[in-house]
Design a protein around this ligand. Structure first.
Ligand SMILES: [Zn+2]
Length: 183
């Protein structure tokens, strides 16, 4: 049998074209190969998605609290050390801790105005990060402060009363809670 008779001409062998993913039309190409090293880089934007399944484990009550408008801290029943964050075991004595609801109103312990941010927060710069303190709580809580002019930061803000506010649609992230001036 003549093999040539069975094989289509080479130029007719083609993979199917698809219209998903990135398509660039009419990409310029230099006439002379010597010019190709001077071409501008091609920059494309493409979606990137991955489903990541992970457990919040012993921190789960903290996130359940955020979804229900409650900010939970932890307390050691043995040595009485009190944490403004989820902490399954006491850092001082190692005992299992107990959950409690943090006071509604806290104070700014310290703050910083962020003019740069990671990709997620880039659009929101400048924004304010605060370390929140509460009476009778031994550690601080890092959070966002909104409702304060970021162009006029002042040391007078230290000690200012602030209160927790919660996103209506919880995303089960620490950013589900943020702080606003309490008065
Ligand atoms: Zn303890």
């Amino acid at each position: 049998m003549n093999i040539q008779a069975m094989t289509p001409a080479a130029e007719k062998i083609r993979l199917a074209e698809t219209d998903d993913g990135t398509i660039l039309f009419k990409v310029p190409f230099p006439k002379e190969m010597k010019d190709i090293q001077h071409m501008s880089p091609i920059i494309i934007k493409q979606p990137y998605h991955i489903d990541y399944i992970h457990s919040y484990g012993q921190d789960s009550p903290f996130f359940a609290g955020l979804a229900n408008g409650k900010l939970l801290g932890t307390k050691c029943p043995k040595c009485k050390y009190t944490y403004g964050t989820p902490k399954a075991h006491c850092m001082e004595c190692g005992s299992p801790t107990e959950w409690f609801e943090l006071p509604e109103v806290g104070r700014i312990h310290t703050f910083t105005v962020c003019h740069r941010g990671g990709e997620e927060f880039l659009k929101e710069t400048p924004f304010i990060l605060v370390l929140v303190e509460w009476d009778k709580v031994d550690t601080l809580f890092l959070s966002r402060l909104v409702g304060v002019d970021t162009s006029k930061p002042s040391l007078k803000m230290v000690g200012m009363k602030i209160k927790a506010q919660f996103k209506r649609n919880a995303k089960f992230r620490p950013t589900d809670v943020y702080f606003v001036p309490a008065e």
